[in-house]
Design a protein around this ligand. Structure first.
Ligand code: G4P
Length: 537
């Protein structure tokens, strides 16, 4: 037995116990549904911080939200993402932050490859919104368990049964309410805990919502007296839920087919402890993940982790590049020398940190489900595996269907080398997808983005970081399909589209002007391969 394997065997009970304590999740939502507010509320309840507003927020509540990029500051949006560790009741909750702006969905999608569960956050007045639907598609593709939190119940909104119906009808996810609101949206009195013997908790606001709301347990008799008709209505609705069988079912939740639903309001901190309890109780702990060959990698195997995000420029003083790695198996100890699966080269981990926003602290050990940030990670790309011991590689993280395309050219032909270097670095960080073809040539790569704001980031970084300003000529394509080498020559000759190669994985993509044109091509050439890419497309 090798030294590494021997060590791994020794550490196995510790690794298994630590992994069992972890819950790694992300919040999927449409901008403004309350993700920042919910993050603060979760951290507040878990006593990670003492007052809301210090973790993450917008505007005045910016707190430790990363402010590393001038462009980000100018726009007042968060376009970076990292992880927040919350210690709660002997559990470790790793909340992976997802960039809020719609244009950064590609980055957000990748974060979802590193979590075991998602909280789908809905605004009670709006229900399912476009960005939430797109993100949910990624969860569905991964068969990921999803817990639904209906937020802003303190404000006028929709009927709870109507919201459940929308979830079931539009996305085919069977809702199983874990709690039920007493009082309509806008007149929130409290929650009946269906998972806990139908106990009733009444909520009392605290000014500003900066501290936990006061929760008061009432008996059925007390509740009936205090809440009157609101109580009666809630009881009737709960009976109805029982009759239609909307009860929690572990197997379908784990398979991503049903979703526990909780009602609450993040701003006044109503229903947050119930959400935390549900998360701890129901969200799956890290488990064996299939490697590139499809073999499950046990969590107690020697260390292996996958880069799911790259980030540059966090520290203006020295332009560094950071790789965020989700630990898949084994124990990570700072200072370990790992192997980079893509190159076979050693990778030293002396500089490793736990990061959230601009706060950094050095991390010493990490277990499956944790996120570590490796500094000076120039050699790494999104999707790469690092491991200890015998070689292992995780499958690549899927690229997402781009909808915006532009040709990039160096403004100053004399800086072509810097242009090349910059484009290839941004490609490996996953800032944008880079496509090329013999026809267009190396000097004019096509950049493909899920959201157009990705182009602004590329322009900004090419000018300020690589000193190679670029100009972009937008192309009149709006969708891409995957094709193969056999179909490519025939497709390339058709009007209304062209075939390009994605540099990162060699995939052949057919770009098409619009869906009408695509339909015509599909109709006229049923033998040619044109497959949809993940998420939309
Ligand atoms: P996001 O990260 O999903 O984009 O949303 P964010 O938390 O910034 O919340 C969007 C707006 O919704 C904020 O108001 C926030 O205060 C409000 N909000 C979030 N949760 C609740 C809730 O449970 N009840 C009520 N009533 N409001 C909620 P804003 O005025 O746009 O911003 P701010 O000035 O308060 O920061």
């Amino acid at each position: 037995m090798s030294v590494t394997a021997d060590n791994a065997t020794q550490k196995a009970p510790e690794v298994a116990a630590e992994a069992a304590r972890r819950r790694t999740f992300a919040v999927i939502s449409h901008p403004d549904a309350g993700k920042s507010t919910l993050t603060e509320a979760l951290a507040l309840h878990a006593a990670a911080i003492t007052s809301a507003g210090a973790v993450h927020g917008k505007g005045d509540r910016r707190g430790v939200t990363s402010d590393w990029m001038e462009m980000e500051q100018a726009r007042g949006i968060s376009i970076t993402s990292a992880a927040l560790r919350i210690d709660y009741d002997d559990r470790v909750l790793n909340l992976l932050d997802t960039p809020g702006h719609a244009d950064f969905s590609e980055d957000t999608y990748r974060v979802l490859s590193a979590v075991d569960c998602a909280i789908m956050l809905l605004d009670s007045a709006k229900g399912l919104e476009p960005q939430t639907l797109k993100l949910f598609d990624v969860c569905r593709a991964r068969r990921m368990p999803v817990i639904t939190f209906v937020n802003k119940w303190d404000r006028p909104g929709r009927e709870p049964l109507e919201l459940l119906d929308e979830i079931e009808q539009r996305i085919g996810l069977r809702p199983t309410p874990m709690n039920w609101p007493v009082g309509i949206a806008g007149d929130f009195r409290g929650l009946i805990d269906r998972a806990d013997g139908d106990h009733y908790t009444k909520f009392h606001r605290t000014p500003g919502g900066a501290t936990k709301a006061v929760e008061e347990r009432l008996s059925d008799e007390q509740a009936a007296a205090v809440e009157d008709t609101a109580w009666e209505q809630a009881r009737e609705e709960i009976e109805l839920l029982g009759e239609i069988g909307a009860d929690f079912d572990e197997a379908s939740f784990r398979a991503g087919e049903s979703s526990p639903v909780l009602f609450g309001a993040a701003l006044p901190n109503f229903g947050i402890s119930q959400l935390l309890e549900t998360l701890v109780r129901l969200a799956p702990a890290p488990a064996a993940q299939p490697d590139a060959k499809g073999d499950p990698r046990p969590i107690t195997a020697p260390f292996a982790g996958q880069v799911f995000k790259m980030q540059a420029n966090m520290d203006k003083a020295h332009r560094d590049r950071m790789a965020f790695v989700r630990v898949g198996s084994g124990r990570f100890d700072r200072g370990m020398v790992l192997t980079h699966a893509a190159t076979g080269r050693p990778f030293a981990t002396k500089y490793t940190q736990a990061v959230f926003g601009s706060e950094r602290s050095t991390i010493e050990t990490a277990y499956p489900g944790d996120v570590i940030a490796l500094i000076n990670a120039q050699a790494l790309s999104v999707g790469d595996t690092l491991y200890d011991g015998p070689r292992v590689e995780f499958p690549p993280i899927p690229s997402f269907a781009p909808e915006h395309f532009a040709v990039a050219r160096a403004v100053d032909a004399g800086r072509y080398k810097q242009f090349q270097r910059g484009i290839s670095q941004l490609d490996s960080e996953g800032v944008v997808q880079v496509l090329s073809s013999d026809v267009r040539g190396e000097q004019a790569p096509v950049l493909a983005a899920v959201g157009p704001l990705q182009f602004d980031v590329v322009k900004h970084r090419m000018e300020h970081e690589f000193r190679a300003p670029i100009e972009l000529a937008h192309l009149d394509y709006s969708l891409a399909r995957r094709t193969d080498a056999a179909s490519a020559p025939a497709l390339h000759g058709l009007s209304g589209g062209e075939v390009l190669t994605r540099r990162s994985d060699g995939e052949l993509l057919m770009l098409v002007h619009n869906k009408w044109r695509l339909r015509v091509i599909e109709r006229d050439h049923p033998d040619l391969v044109l497959e949809p890419l993940l998420a939309g497309g």
